[in-house]
Design a protein around this ligand. Structure first.
Ligand SMILES: *Cc1c(COP(=O)(O)O)cnc(C)c1O
Length: 347
């Protein structure tokens, strides 16, 4: 079997959940979209279930798989993507978001008043959600339709930035718009949980903080270690090149180790040297990421063998910092890791 794995520390994940819970008295919605932010953590439902209020996903497939594991509310974060979706929404007893008027026709055709409806207002993100005026009209309409449970929601555009003024103006706007409405309210994601206590309202929707991709300054720990075993070590002479397009040339005789992971596994494409760790020492990659391989210069004075683990990132790695070297963000580093990479738990 190919020894390439994303190892996950459930202990660190539990730690992150406790950090999150220590920051708020509001209910927690665990956002588990994109396959648990790439981590395939079906197993954590047992840990989360007694401690969270609900879950959030994007697709019906995600909701269907999750429904087999939990009885808690599951929110479809973008609601129906087409009218037919409401059949599954009803059958799987999903919460759903209403963000656009085209989504109402389907609501009328299905009897959904027992499903919890999340009505979304645009407070400045300008992505999804009703304008202030549309929002109050739709709220009244949904009350008239006899929806038993409605949550009023919006989303902050810059919550990871504790000094961005747009956050306060979005919070004020949300307060002003929903002030006279008695329904529950939800505005905060992970960034808002830490940076904007006034945004917590009734339900906080946290994703990345659970998975340790950000907010280490608040005590969040990384929960994943990406590693792969060396499958080959080769002698390369001075002047020879390694890999596609001869992108790297040996300036002296050396040894090149190859590991079975590449961009086909969701690791970012790179051609600049990347630092990896082998037996606690740091080495640099050479050449470009291949679909299925990465090559590393291990020099001549080494005690490295085929079968040794090469760590691409570990529990000590700050994924937000690391992601910058790929002009990316930690969310993408995690969600890109493909299903081809085994997900194992640290025992
Ligand atoms: C993804 C998402 C979240 C979670 O955001 P994090 O930054 O991962 O905590 C919350 N709310 C909405 C609407 C989302 O799409």
């Amino acid at each position: 079997m190919r020894k390439t794995e994303l190892q996950i520390s459930l202990r660190n994940l539990e730690h992150n959940l406790s950090v999150i819970k220590s920051k708020t008295t509001s209910d927690i919605q665990a956002v588990v979209k994109a396959n648990f932010y790439g981590l395939q953590l079906e197993k954590i439902i047992e840990i989360l279930d007694p401690q969270v209020e609900s879950y959030a996903v994007i697709t019906l497939d995600e909701a269907r798989a999750l429904r087999k594991l939990t009885k808690l509310p599951i929110l479809l974060l973008q609601g129906a993507h087409e009218n037919d979706d409401y059949e599954d929404i009803k059958q799987l007893e999903l919460d759903f978001v209403l963000h656009s008027s085209w989504q109402i026709k389907g609501i009328d055709e299905h009897n959904l008043t027992n499903n919890r409806l999340w009505l979304k207002v645009n407070t400045g993100m300008n992505r999804l959600g009703f304008s202030e005026q549309e929002f109050s009209e739709h709220y009244n309409l949904m009350i008239k339709k006899n929806f038993k449970d409605i949550v009023l929601m919006s989303h902050l555009a810059s919550s990871s930035d504790s000094s961005n003024k747009q956050n306060q103006s979005q919070i004020s706007k949300f307060n002003k718009i929903t002030n006279d409405m008695s329904s529950k309210k939800s505005l905060a994601n992970s960034g808002a949980l830490f940076n904007y206590p006034k945004s917590h309202f009734d339900i906080v929707r946290t994703g990345i903080a659970l998975y340790g991709g950000k907010y280490h300054e608040f005590g969040i720990k990384s929960i994943s270690c990406l590693r792969s075993k060396i499958i080959s070590i080769k002698k390369v002479s001075k002047g020879e090149t390694v890999g596609y397009d001869g992108a790297w040339r040996a300036e002296q005789d050396t040894h090149i180790a190859a590991i079975g992971i590449g961009y086909g596994d969701g690791f970012p494409y790179f051609s600049e040297p990347y630092n990896v760790s082998i037996n606690g020492n740091t080495y640099k990659t050479v050449g470009k990421t291949n679909m299925d391989l990465i090559t590393i210069n291990i020099g001549n004075e080494h005690k490295i063998n085929v079968g040794d683990w090469v760590q691409l990132w570990g529990y000590e790695t700050n994924l937000t910092e690391l992601s910058k070297s790929f002009h990316s963000i930690s969310y993408q580093l995690l969600t890109n890791i493909s299903r081809r990479v085994a997900k194992n738990y640290l025992e």
